[in-house]
Ligand binder design. Structure first.
Ligand code: ZN
Length: 452
């Protein structure tokens, strides 16, 4: 179908933030000019969108890229037209397209570089998925600074279906940075104040927060159809169920479904609940070494224990960027003697638990040749909640991949994690008793030194 015909019945709302100096409101019929009109300075263009029934969610069932010269189009085929908002972000350079919650009936690897095999062009890769309740997002990784010429839904001629076309053009770094600044200002203005956290009812039971990594638009590692966010969610649920069954703990998960949660939000959830332990669950991949295998337990440290730990932390810290979040300042950089003391004690507990977990894990699963490492993981930065990150294994390793998808293995390994947690609290309690009876003993002195 010719593009002109496709846009003739264009409907939908296109919101393009940070696209240029002017603000022009486009009427729906002006959208017919979009493909040839080139520069789209629009702020908002309203037209009739299809009202979806309650519980009904729009679906996307195809996506492709058209690139030529300094221009590129990313096209999604949709079941119905949608409202979209597009803007740009830097570090790394990305185009973000927000839309109502959409079911992407697409191969999750559709937008991966390896699948696209297009290292030239403006679009290096793209991702799509759920961002939050009722919200979905498309993130386009840029190979060069680009401006959004248009981001709009057009209805196809003959049926109710529609196409979302995101059209990009190459631009210079200065214009790109200026567009990023404008987007930031508008995004800040739109941001709704976070609701105050509900105070947790006092409970004698220690609160344990289990954190399945990634979720929603952020899929984590993906190898041969294995998707990290799903595997770690299944594992986390198994651990939580086993801890619940013990009856001695109050167990919370950072996500109960396939939704995106930012790294700082995960930390905040643990702190708001006064968690006594935070366990983040992940699975790694190494494209270059299929023979590297086994689980690794990480704690946070200012300097990485080794190059491999630094690589893993860098990758896991990309989670927010993968979902198209702007880089946020690290709010945990507070200083002061009290803070330092708290953090030091928390780190000692984290290391003690990591040590315990490695010992329990070896009963059920394989360990990496160096299973205890540390690096600057953002999700482990709560100064007052002992936190570890467990990499279950490598999706790139055949044996690990088989284990991770086996229900039997998951049952055995998750039991070991739950038992390690019980042992950790048993040791903490006996340590607290010892502290009470011996006033000269420094807090935490019973905690054995652990780790390399
Ligand atoms: Zn991960």
């Amino acid at each position: 179908m010719a593009e002109g015909a496709f846009f003739r019945k264009a409907v939908g709302v296109a919101t393009a933030l940070a696209l240029g100096a002017g603000t022009v409101v486009l009427a729906a019929d002006l959208l017919t000019l979009l493909p040839s009109a080139g520069r789209y300075l629009g702020s908002r263009a309203y037209a009739a969108t299809v009202q979806l029934g309650k519980g009904e969610r729009p679906a996307a069932n195809a996506a492709w890229i058209e690139q030529s010269g300094d221009r590129a189009k990313l096209i999604f085929e949709l079941a119905a037209p949608l409202d979209v908002t597009a803007f740009v972000l830097a570090n790394p350079d990305r185009v973000i397209v927000d839309l109502p919650q959409t079911d992407f009936a697409l191969d999750p690897e559709t937008g991966k570089v390896a699948v696209l095999r297009r290292k030239t062009g403006l679009i290096a890769a793209f991702r799509f998925g759920q961002l939050g309740p009722g919200k979905s997002r498309i993130v386009i990784d840029l190979a060069a600074p680009a401006q959004v010429l248009s981001a709009a839904c057009g209805k196809l001629e003959n049926d109710g279906r529609a196409r979302l076309v995101i059209e990009l053009a190459k631009t210079d770094r200065r214009s790109f940075e200026a567009a990023v600044q404008r987007a930031r200002i508008q995004l800040t203005a739109l941001a709704q104040p976070k609701e105050a956290p509900k105070p947790e009812p006092d409970s004698a039971k220690p609160v344990i927060v289990i954190d399945p990594g990634h979720g929603g638009i952020d899929r984590g590692a993906m190898v041969h159809g294995l998707i990290e966010k799903q595997l770690v969610f299944d594992f986390a649920k198994a651990v939580a169920a086993k801890l619940d069954a013990v009856g001695r703990f109050k167990v919370a998960m950072t996500r109960d479904d396939d939704s995106f949660v930012s790294l700082s939000e995960r930390v905040r959830m643990a702190r708001d609940r006064n968690a006594a332990l935070f366990v983040s669950i992940h699975a790694d991949t190494l494209s270059s070494a299929a023979d590297v295998s086994g689980a690794t337990v990480y704690t946070v440290s200012d300097r990485a224990s080794d190059a491999e730990a630094a690589r893993v932390a860098e990758k896991e810290n990309q989670s927010d960027a993968a979902a198209g979040l702007d880089k946020t300042e690290d709010a945990s950089d507070v200083s002061g003697i009290l803070f330092d003391l708290t953090r030091r004690e928390t780190r000692a507990y984290s290391q003690f638990f990591a040590h315990t977990l490695v010992n329990y894990w070896r009963v059920a699963g394989r360990l990496n040749k160096n299973p205890r490492r540390s690096a600057g993981f953002l999700v482990l930065k709560a100064p007052d909640v002992p936190s570890v990150l467990l990499e279950l294994g490598y999706l790139s390793n055949e044996k690990d991949g088989l284990a991770l998808t086996s229900a039997r293995w998951r049952d055995k390994a998750s039991s070991q994690v739950a038992e390690a947690i019980e042992a950790f609290f048993a040791a903490r309690e006996s340590s607290a008793t010892a502290t009470k009876t011996d006033p000269d003993r420094a807090p935490g002195a019973k905690i054995p030194s652990a780790g390399p």
